[in-house]
Design a protein around this ligand. Structure first.
Ligand SMILES: Cc1ncc(COP(=O)(O)O)c(C=O)c1O
Length: 499
């Protein structure tokens, strides 16, 4: 149905409850604007239809001309109406709000998951997603015991900053991060990880995921390749995939990454490695492999990305020196995180870049992410300089060593030496090897139904031929008394799948 007379239509609209009592509700010009807009959207007024002049409409409605002019001007500004010089005001051909209607009339998507809407990189990222939908409970790998975090100290430090409430902590962050935190991190890394750095080289990020993201964005070209350990952390693959960098799987042995001649002949742009504690299998990269990687990177101008995610927790010996500390050619980009030493939802991490790149990275982080968590960075800086960070790590290291032994004992009790265990020297999890006939995905699913997280090792491999069956078992976040009973449940499931 089309409107025969705009005047009658508006009189009805205004009279039909829309006209408010004097002084209440929408002003008259707004009511006219809304009524015409609705009529256009519901196609009661077709495009190209000529409206009466503002003078005529005002006279017929017995209202001031200004009221009509205001409504018309608003509709013109929003694109519902258009004026044609010398001829008057018309309903515009295409009104902005028609666009969703046109979409609704398109045939429904054949793929209800929406995957077909994704870019090639987006689809790859989602297809290969490795993140678990559970992030807490026995045996979640890579998660510290956040229930033992010293919240009282943290809230005291936090309150101190809130009381002062300085604008610098509440506005966007400085390029590179909050300076006192950069200084505290630099000092910590020099002492604890033998990293060669000044505070200027330390860039604060939201964690290793973001550090990797910015490194690839600033130093990589679309289509470049990156060597990754096989197996490796799913997050590394995901970030690379999402940025159009091709991950090339390099197998690992007891000494870490083992490159073949064919690999060496084709230098990648990046080498992503976890030299202090291979993720997820747990070995340490040997000195000769470290030297070889550094030499190769220097001669072929390759960037080494050192992911040093959990080496603070080393049982029995001191944490190992970083690869960055051995680098004399500025080829290593070092990455660390507070996700394991503090708590994951803090989302603060750091990287150390060569001096020559420090300014570019500080600007890059501000430009892309506008810094992050400045307030929390200030609290973190105090937590470090007042000595709480070091003592929290010391306390947790003792506790995690206990939990590691409890889990090793439970595994031993059920399987003796029929099962191989790796990664027990450091970190927050163990890798438990299963016979190749076992289906770790099925075991993981069955465990999940019992409330146990046992991540399947095979999912961490890229090369199907190299894939091993196994489970990643995190012990750090499991209370001592729950370790044996939880493993009893898991062992029962493993035994039903043991072939
Ligand atoms: C090897 C490795 N790198 C990086 C991360 C994640 O670090 P972040 O929380 O700082 O992004 C993890 C988390 O489990 C990890 O295992």
């Amino acid at each position: 149905m089309r409107i025969a007379s705009l005047t009658d239509f508006l009189l009805m609209r205004i009279e039909r409850g829309a006209r408010p009592a004097k002084g209440a509700g929408a002003p008259l010009n707004r009511q006219i604007y809304q009524a015409i807009r609705e009529a256009i959207l519901s196609q009661l007024l077709p495009s190209g239809w000529q409206l009466p002049s503002s003078r005529d409409l005002a006279r017929e409605l017995a209202i001031s001309r200004n009221t009509v002019t205001y409504a018309y001007e608003q509709l013109i500004a929003e694109g519902y109406l258009e004026t044609r010089a010398g001829s008057g005001t018309f309903i515009a051909d295409t009104t902005p709000d028609q666009i969703p209607e046109i979409r609704l009339n398109t045939p429904p998507l054949t793929d209800p998951s929406g995957q077909s809407e994704l870019s090639a990189h987006g689809a790859l990222l989602i297809q290969q997603a490795g993140v678990s939908d559970l992030q807490w409970g026995p045996f979640m790998p890579g998660v510290p015991d956040v229930t033992l975090f010293p919240n009282k100290i943290w809230s005291r430090l936090q309150n101190k900053h809130w009381r002062r409430s300085r604008a610098e902590l509440l506005t966007y962050g400085d390029a590179g991060g909050y300076l006192p935190l950069r200084e505290a991190v630099a000092e910590y890394l020099r002492i604890a990880r033998s990293v060669n750095c000044t505070a200027n080289q330390v860039i604060i990020t939201t964690g290793i995921h973001q550090s990797l993201d910015i490194v690839v964005k600033l130093l990589g070209e679309h289509g470049d390749s990156a060597w990754v350990e096989d197996p490796c952390y799913w997050g590394t693959r995901s970030v690379l995939n999402s940025l159009g960098i091709k991950p090339v799987a390099i197998p690992v042995d007891a000494e870490g990454m083992r490159m073949r001649l064919a690999n060496l002949r084709q230098p990648p742009r990046f080498i992503c490695a976890t030299p202090s504690h291979q993720y997820p299998l747990g070995m340490v990269m040997s000195l000769s492999r470290r030297r070889m990687l550094l030499e190769y990177a220097a001669t072929r101008k390759v960037w080494i990305i050192e992911d040093d995610y959990d080496s603070e927790f080393r049982y029995g010996s001191r944490p190992l020196a970083s690869l960055q500390g051995m680098d004399t050619d500025d080829r290593v980009l070092y990455m660390g995180t507070f996700s394991k030493t503090m708590f994951p939802s803090l989302r603060i991490g750091f990287m150390v870049v060569p001096e020559t790149l420090a300014t570019a990275f500080a600007i890059g982080v501000s430009e892309l992410y506008r810094g992050s968590q400045v307030f929390m960075q200030a609290v973190m800086a105090d937590f470090m300089t007042e000595g709480h960070f070091a003592s929290h790590i010391r306390r947790m290291r003792v506790l995690y060593a206990e939990r590691l032994h409890l889990l090793q004992a439970a595994i031993e009790r059920h399987f003796g030496d029929r099962i191989t265990l790796t990664g027990g020297e450091a970190g927050l999890h163990l890798a438990l090897g299963l016979p190749e006939q076992c289906d770790d995905l099925a075991i993981s699913r069955a465990a999940r139904a019992e409330g146990i997280v046992a991540r399947p090792l095979s999912r961490y491999f890229m090369n199907a031929g190299a894939r091993h069956q196994g489970l990643l078992l995190g012990y750090a976040c499991v209370p001592n008394e729950q370790i044996a009973p939880s493993f009893d449940k898991l062992a029962a499931i493993i035994k039903t799948h043991w072939k």
